[in-house]
Design a protein around this ligand. Structure first.
Ligand code: IPE
Ligand code: IPE
Ligand code: MG
Length: 239
């Protein structure tokens, strides 16, 4: 049985667009509401003792959306960062951005750097925001680093070159919005994550919904390739 509270939760925050469309609102209104849900979720993670929260905010493929939605998401990111950084500091949250920054505008890049620098000393919760991130991009950039250094490609060397090498792999991976797919999120790091799918649209995924996911996680048996019997006997030895 896993520990009751996951150390690291990763979330595919899906369903903002549908939330807005159902209300005859523009899709960007759904993304705005999604930021509020994320704020509450991050706070709740801190209260529950989750040490790392990693969210999928913009995928490598999301550039294919209508230009006004893409620019709306970029603006929203800059706005939200400007507004939230003081509160993140007050809550002991360190924010880090994960993804390919080369395609982002100077303004967005500066916003990311500023938020990272302003929260760099915080240690209570680590908050990774995957932005212009793709699991395939991550594996490719790791392999490119090793090739450039002339290093041998092994599981261990690749693992050390992955974008999230500074934290443990996610214990629990949640996707809201009803779809049951990974959409190029943490392909490498989710190898042994427990998966949890919620039909709730992301703006509706509140503290109670997160608690349900954590409770579900607590009931799972994480075997990492071993058998139940082996786990039971190693539990006995540890006790
Ligand atoms: C997820 O919500 C947020 C981003 C991709 C930025 P969507 O915008 O994908 O919402 P749906 O899936 O269209 O409802
Ligand atoms: C995944 O959601 C990306 C983010 C949540 C940022 P999408 O809505 O882009 O995924 P697909 O296209 O439905 O697979
Ligand atoms: Mg979607």
């Amino acid at each position: 049985m896993g520990t009751a509270v996951p150390h690291h939760i990763a979330i595919v925050m899906d369903g903002n667009g549908r939330w807005a469309t159902k209300r005859y609102l523009p899709r960007v209104a759904g993304h705005k509401k999604g930021v509020d849900a994320l704020r509450a979720c991050l706070r709740h993670c801190g209260e529950r003792g989750v040490k790392v929260l990693t969210v999928f905010a913009f995928s490598s493929e999301n550039w294919n959306r209508p230009p006004e939605e893409v620019s709306g998401l970029m603006e929203l990111l800059v706005l939200a960062l400007g507004r939230e950084v003081p509160d993140l500091n007050a809550e002991g949250v360190r924010i880090r951005f994960v993804g390919d920054r080369s395609a982002l505008s100077d303004k967005v890049r500066a916003g990311l750097l500023q938020a990272e620098a302003a929260t760099a000393a915080n240690t209570r919760v680590l908050f990774n925001v995957c932005f212009n991130y793709g699991g395939r991009w991550d594996i490719a950039q790791a392999a490119q680093q090793l090739a450039a250094r002339g290093e041998a490609i092994t599981e261990q060397s690749l693992d050390r070159a992955m974008a999230l090498a500074y934290c443990a792999d996610p214990d629990l991976l949640i996707r809201t919005g009803g779809e049951k797919r990974i959409s190029n999120f943490l392909l490498w790091q989710a190898a042994y994550s427990e998966l949890y799918f919620s039909d709730k649209l992301w703006p509706e995924f509140d503290e109670a919904a997160l608690d349900e996911a954590i409770a579900d996680y607590a009931s799972r048996e994480r075997r990492f390739g071993r058998t139940s019997e082996q786990l039971a006997s190693s539990d006995k030895k540890a006790a």
